[in-house]
Design a binder for this molecule. Structure first.
Ligand SMILES: [Zn+2]
Length: 393
């Protein structure tokens, strides 16, 4: 039986910094806005195929950018650890990659192509060192992650089709704690309408004011928000109904036809997503009836709420791997954002730990990732796999 420190001493020296940086730069060099990750998926697939891996390309219901899947199997019974990442980036102008002062910069460097490169390097290291003594590692990369352009449906489908491990590591830009709880989220939009056309206010018909109806809707949403504040978690915060924008009218003396209101709704584990949607829909319908307007609404789920059982053996295994590589254990906390770990828990009840390289500028034009920390994450992922896949069956 290999001790964690014996495995570490075989794994860490096998992480090849230059190979890892080149992989990250190759992925960042291909623009891949959400929904358009086909070319970068092809690049990752050919890079893995060139290294002798058997690459599977399930579409996950999205043929424009089939996912990239590689399995490294020890051939012995054990658990499967999955490394999962998204290859798409938010819709901002493309910034090409650069390597300077210990960092990789450019679109997708922080969120999260460099993290995927670290996962790829971990798979190579496990292969090169022969340290995966049981079980398997499953590497998956896909499109359609970033909201509002994507809604996670490609990953949903991949999980349904069985591309899922017994535990998952996600290299998103969070590494100062192990997140064990996270709120679910959705974006809602309501358009309040009266039937007539926009018209000068002195000639307005006997129709309700969409601005007054919008104000009523805002008041009701505020009341909902106050009720929701009683549902709270010490680290994840409380449930909420948030209004982010309101628009109506063109000039001071025109009677407008529409009032658009948009915001989010966030909820904690234990609250059912279907109930959240039904409650919002009821609120919109009641307001429409009370104000004599029509309210058309749209709801887009970001992700369901997230829980990680801190007693799960995978959490202890990850903590030991972290301690063996850095000398310290991580505190437990909440996940500030929604990520694909929420999906793994809500669809498959699979424990998922979000842990990526130190990085910044996600969702801006100034993304960067630390190369030293990329190297650390590649070693940590490989060590976690070597320990976890062999420890449990
Ligand atoms: Zn991301």
């Amino acid at each position: 039986m290999n001790s964690p420190s014996a495995l570490r001493d075989r794994i860490l020296p096998a992480v090849r910094r230059q190979r890892l940086v080149e992989t990250a730069v190759q992925l960042c060099a291909v623009p891949s806005r959400t929904g358009e990750a086909g070319a970068v998926s092809d690049r990752l697939a050919s890079l893995l195929a060139d290294e002798g891996f058997a690459v599977d390309r399930p579409t996950g219901g999205y043929a424009a950018a089939p996912a990239v899947v590689v399995r490294l199997d020890s051939g012995k019974p054990g658990s499967t650890l999955q490394f999962d990442g998204h290859l798409d980036t938010v819709h901002l102008p493309f910034v090409p990659p650069k390597v300077e002062e210990g960092r990789i910069t450019g679109s997708g460097s922080s969120d999260m192509k460099a993290g995927i490169a670290a996962a790829v390097e971990a798979v190579r290291v496990l292969r090169d060192t022969g340290t995966l003594s049981a079980g398997a590692v499953l590497l998956t990369a896909h499109d359609l992650h970033e909201a509002p352009w994507g809604d996670g449906r490609q990953l949903d489908r991949l999980i349904e089709e069985g591309y899922v491990g017994d535990a998952v590591l996600l290299p998103e830009y969070l590494n100062d704690k192990i997140a064990v709880i996270g709120r679910g989220g959705l974006v809602w939009k309501a358009v309040v309408r009266r039937p007539g056309r926009p018209i000068h206010e002195v000639m307005r018909p006997a129709e309700p004011s969409v601005i007054a109806a919008g104000a009523e809707l805002i008041a009701r949403l505020q009341q909902l928000n106050e009720r929701l504040a009683t549902r709270s978690d010490a680290s994840a915060g409380c449930e909420s109904a948030f209004i982010g924008q309101v628009h109506s009218g063109e000039i001071y003396n025109q009677y407008p036809q529409e009032c658009m209101i948009e915001g989010t709704r966030r909820w904690l584990p234990g609250t059912r997503r279907a109930d959240v949607v039904a409650e919002l829909q009821g609120l919109f319908d009641d307001t429409a009836r009370a104000t004599g307007t029509a309210i058309e609404s749209h709801v887009q789920i970001i992700r369901d709420a997230f829980v990680l059982d801190r007693e799960h053996s995978f959490v202890e295994c990850f903590q030991r791997a972290h301690e063996t590589t850095t000398g310290r254990r991580l505190p437990i906390g909440a996940k500030p954002f929604c990520d694909d770990g929420n999906t793994f828990w809500s669809l498959a009840r699979v424990p998922a730990i979000t842990h990526g390289p130190t990085a910044g500028g996600a969702h801006t034009l100034d993304e960067w990732v630390s190369i030293d920390d990329l190297v650390r994450v590649a070693g940590l992922y490989a060590l976690t796999a070597a320990m976890y896949c062999a420890a449990t069956t």
